[in-house]
Design a protein around this ligand. Sequence first.
Ligand SMILES: Nc1ncnc2c1ncn2[C@@H]1O[C@H](COP(=O)(O)OP(=O)(O)OP(=O)(O)O)[C@@H](O)[C@H]1O
Ligand SMILES: [Mg+2]
Length: 284
Amino acid sequence: MRRVLGGFGVTRFGHIIVIGNEKGGSGKSTTAVHLVVGLQAMGFTVATVDLDSRQATLTRYLENRRRWQQKTGRPIEMPRHRVITAGAPGDGDPTPADATALLTETVAEMAATRDFVVIDCPGMDCRLARLAHSFADTLITPLNDSFIDLDNLADIDADTYEVLRPSRYAEAVWEQRKSRMMREDRAIDWIVMRNRLSSLDAKNKRRIDDVLWRLSRRIGFRLAPGFSERVVYRELFLEGMTVLDLDDGTGSALSMSQVAARQEVRALIDSLRLPGVGALAAAV
Ligand SMILES: Nc1ncnc2c1ncn2[C@@H]1O[C@H](COP(=O)(O)OP(=O)(O)OP(=O)(O)O)[C@@H](O)[C@H]1O
Ligand SMILES: [Mg+2]
């Protein structure tokens, strides 16, 4: 559908997916890279924006991927990528106003030419991340399976596990949803996914399940199946590869954990209900 991005007069067609959580280390960049590779494997065109110019994990991942492609000569799909530096007063950095304009133009231009734009946010509150949230058609918030991470979404009573009130990040998303609705008359589909799930801590898992379910109804997000704690989600960074790239047609069989990881990535993509995905998910 033809739409105007952020009221800035630039028409677009592509679907914008923002991966955000102000809590650091929750799995945003890991989710971003698996989502990008998964969507490309289905034949979609994808562009990526890294708003975490300091750590630049997504950027480094994609650089490693390009290097691996050159080294091995394998045809490996690459998204069109851009890193945008937050306007800081440092040498050579754009001013905050320039950075805002650059993000808006970049996303609009990418969305005009690609099926999906995936934006990886830093693990903190900043102007660019807030603006990016307001562009989201789909917002994915990965959450480590711990009450420390949950604290960023809601204040929970220690005795009863009742949700007392939404906390900072949930309120920030609420604000961006409002501003998006006023500007474009469109909702943001907010999805929370649990990450680094452990098979060992069943009691903690159940408690978090329960709190998240109640919270999802109270503050309006959907829960997606998450990723378990698996070495394969982190061991392929230096090659810029993911478990979806592993070739099971060349002799070495995938391990059970790798097969399960692939299923987790597919289940996540399925649950996002992205335009045009549906039946294609089975083909990854
Ligand atoms: N499901 C998982 N299994 C194993 N390791 C994981 C998993 N998800 C993430 N990790 C590891 O956890 C760490 C943090 O992940 P990642 O960098 O994706 O988080 P982030 O939210 O992008 O962090 P930041 O807020 O700093 O940008 C990394 O070392 C990553 O390899
Ligand atoms: Mg990151």
